[in-house]
Ligand binder design. Structure first.
Ligand SMILES: NC(=O)c1ccc[n+]([C@@H]2O[C@H](COP(=O)([O-])OP(=O)(O)OC[C@H]3O[C@@H](n4cnc5c(N)ncnc54)[C@H](O)[C@@H]3O)[C@@H](O)[C@H]2O)c1
Ligand SMILES: O=C(O)CC[C@@H](O)C(=O)O
Length: 390
């Protein structure tokens, strides 16, 4: 029986992937084999030694202590693209919401409740909510991954001129990008020419505070900024100052913090980007399937810290090893197997930066003592035995 700890509400259809005969999933569970999480902050959480894997039902993994997990041989997964459409739809909605001052206009209309001559008041007062159409305007999209590409393509379909910036764009994303999207040569050009800018990049050490006072000052005067990625990418104080000075025409944030609540021209959305039944289901199913594949077969798919590595099961005994990506580890592993007279039927080795992963199928039975010996091999981080791997 595998034990899965759930740190957030995970869609039922995802948990249904984990059959009740083989899996027990609960919020409170002792010595879990794996953790299923959405946005819960795991940085100060004490991870029990039993944890083999963490699956993030979502894209961003800044809530997970990745380096510490890698060091311990905990494989961390996310669900690339599973909620991208949900976010894209809210970004497009927010372009209109912000540009046409919809929130402010609707709030004002509601504030007239209980007063006289509503139609006359509406016609008299509506002019202060005039806002530009987006057709023909320029949208700068920073980050052309799963979400950025969808946003860029949809905006181009709505008649916008779209500038895209992503120095690390994947081949897969580039294939999906509309030919109408213009490649921005650098951030300066995108900042200077965009009427609207939307950010779709992960929060990491090198992206933290990307939109600071200096970068905001290089934006077109009155341009609007949309942040559906993470709050740490944009400096809140700089946003408030730029709005007060008229440099920024508006800020839409899906990760509001105290200092932004109630600020004029700041639209605080309560992290609803992926809050659709479709996105929640997609993420939960993908996360659960990836965990199952790893726990039952040792296959790694969509990991953010270990290499993807999949070998079709042969019905034999499978040994998996997580190790440092340094010379001679493989030879030490194979000679240890040789010492116990084990012949390798099939083997797959993949590396990623400083770490590597091996899947080894053998026909003979594997004594516990050998697994212990493999754990002692210099450079080996973790070893697992999966008998009768189907
Ligand atoms: N609001 C929500 O509910 C919600 C939902 C999903 C994702 N997100 C956030 O959105 C982010 C993007 O999600 P995604 O699914 O598109 O991820 P993704 O990994 O598919 O795309 C991220 C893209 O950013 C690019 N990138 C990285 N650093 C960059 C930089 N400095 N400049 C330009 N491009 C850079 C990468 O090359 C990649 O193409 C996530 O990391 C997460 O923080 C938020
Ligand atoms: O789980 C959610 O609701 C949001 C997930 C989102 O922030 C992500 O990074 O995928």
């Amino acid at each position: 029986m595998y034990k899965i700890q759930t740190l957030n509400k995970i869609a039922r259809c995802g948990l249904d992937q984990l059959s009740r005969d083989t899996y027990e999933a609960a919020t409170e569970i002792l010595n879990p084999d794996a953790i299923l999480v959405r946005s819960a902050d795991m940085h100060s959480m004490e991870l029990p030694p039993s944890v083999l894997a963490i699956a993030r039902a979502g894209a961003g993994v800044n809530n997970i202590p990745i380096p510490a997990c890698t060091q311990r041989g905990i494989v961390v997964f996310n669900t690339p693209g599973a909620n991208a459409n949900g976010v894209k739809e809210l970004v497009i909605a927010s372009l209109f919401l912000s540009s046409r001052n919809l929130y402010e206009g609707i709030s004002w209309a509601n504030s007239l409740a209980g007063t006289e001559n509503i139609p006359e008041q509406i016609e008299k007062g509506k002019s202060r909510f005039v806002g530009p159409e987006i057709q023909g305007k320029t949208l700068g999209v920073i980050g052309l991954g799963a979400i950025g590409v969808m946003v860029a393509n949809s905006a181009a379909n709505l008649g916008m001129r779209v500038l895209g910036l992503d120095p690390f764009i994947s081949v897969e994303a580039a294939w999906k990008l509309s030919h109408e999207v213009i490649k921005a040569p650098n951030l300066d050009m995108l900042l200077a020419e965009s009427d609207y800018i939307t950010i779709h990049i992960p929060l990491k050490d090198d992206t933290k505070g990307l939109f600071n006072a200096e970068r905001i000052s290089r934006m077109k005067k009155g341009a609007r900024l949309l942040n559906f990625s993470r709050s740490g990418l944009v400096d809140n104080t700089a946003v408030k100052t730029a709005i007060a000075e008229g440099q920024l025409g508006g800020y839409v944030i899906d990760f509001p913090e105290a200092e932004l609540l109630g600020v004029d021209k700041v639209l605080c959305i309560p992290h609803l980007g992926a809050s659709t039944p479709e996105s929640e289901d997609n993420c939960a199913i993908m996360a659960a399937e990836q965990l199952r594949e790893y726990l039952e077969r040792g296959n790694i798919k969509n990991s953010v810290n270990y290499p993807n590595c999949e070998m079709a099961p042969t019905g034999k005994t499978r040994i998996t090893l997580l190790n440092s990506n340094v010379p001679k580890v493989i030879s030490r592993i194979t000679s240890t197997l040789g010492e116990y007279g084990l012949n390798i039927d099939e083997m797959l080795n993949k590396n990623r930066g400083e770490v590597a992963y091996n899947i080894i199928d053998v026909s003979d039975s594997v004594p516990d003592e050998l697994i212990e010996k493999l754990r002692q091999v210099d450079g080996v981080v973790a070893v697992r035995l999966i008998p009768d791997c189907q």
